[in-house]
Design a protein around this ligand. Sequence first.
Ligand code: C2E
Ligand code: MG
Ligand code: MG
Ligand code: MG
Length: 282
Amino acid sequence: ETKKHGRDGYRIYTDKLTEAAKQRISISTGLHNAIDQNELDVFYQPQYNLVTGRLVGAEALVRWRHPTKGLLLPVDFIGVAEETGVISEIDDWVFGRVSRDVESWLDAGLSLRDVRISVNISGQKFFSTELTDRLERFKQEKPHIVALLTLEVHEQDVMKNAVYARELIQRLRDKGYKLAIDDIGTGRSSLAFLQGLPLDYMKLDRSVVHNVSSGENDFAFVKAFLSLAQELNIEVIAEGIEEELQAKKLREAGCHVMQGFMYSYPLPRAEWEGVLYDKRGL
Ligand code: C2E
Ligand code: MG
Ligand code: MG
Ligand code: MG
């Protein structure tokens, strides 16, 4: 194309690069103000036990109500947030928002004993002493909320420093937090490694879920994985269920808890509260 259009083609190309760079800078500066300007929000995606049909939890997912671009998803800004380190403040904000939400639900008389709420923790945050300090402080202030929260750490982040990650997981669990490994199947951890981790939940990545209905290899992995999890008494949540066949295959393999668009999209808080207050099942 460059040849055909000569200089103009080349110019168009560099203009595009500049445009992408401009976008990143705009996202990055906007993100700095987003927290102060109260533009971040949290949506909750319900999780269901397919055997009982019951609501069993929800995952908190950050959203950015951008003043000009509209509602932004993590894919639009998490990458930049990680590069600039703002992710740490985002995680702090989300944790604060979610813990206040949980407290308000308890104040409203809900038990939350059967409904777990999970928050994502970025790798950067997970490996920082800042996080352990904050969670320690939080435990002193609100001990009754700690056991209701699950912290999700990505498998790929865990694998960056598996030895230290194990130690941190143990430490947070000792404080009373629940721990989940997120996106299993993307980070090449071995079953033997997962076996050594003190976990409450493991989440099967959407890509694995997507392949169970098509590829035999993936189904074999999922079956081996689920039987190990069962032995270890760790609950598995399958993520990204979009089709009946995926749910069917996973149930066959022994997975009962599902999160996916087929059951519910992530919901704005008010809508999620409707589901929660009725403990509305499938
Ligand atoms: P994740 O933690 O694996 O969260 C699940 C993602 O899968 C969510 O995307 C959810 O909307 C999406 N999902 C659920 N079911 C389906 C389905 O059936 N089909 C499809 N196509 N997608 C489904 P979302 O909300 O866009 O978040 C993407 C990622 O951004 C999250 O993946 C997580 O890694 C990150 N993230 C979200 N909130 C936070 C946060 O507060 N802090 C940090 N550090 N990361 C976050
Ligand atoms: Mg997650
Ligand atoms: Mg995930
Ligand atoms: Mg993911």
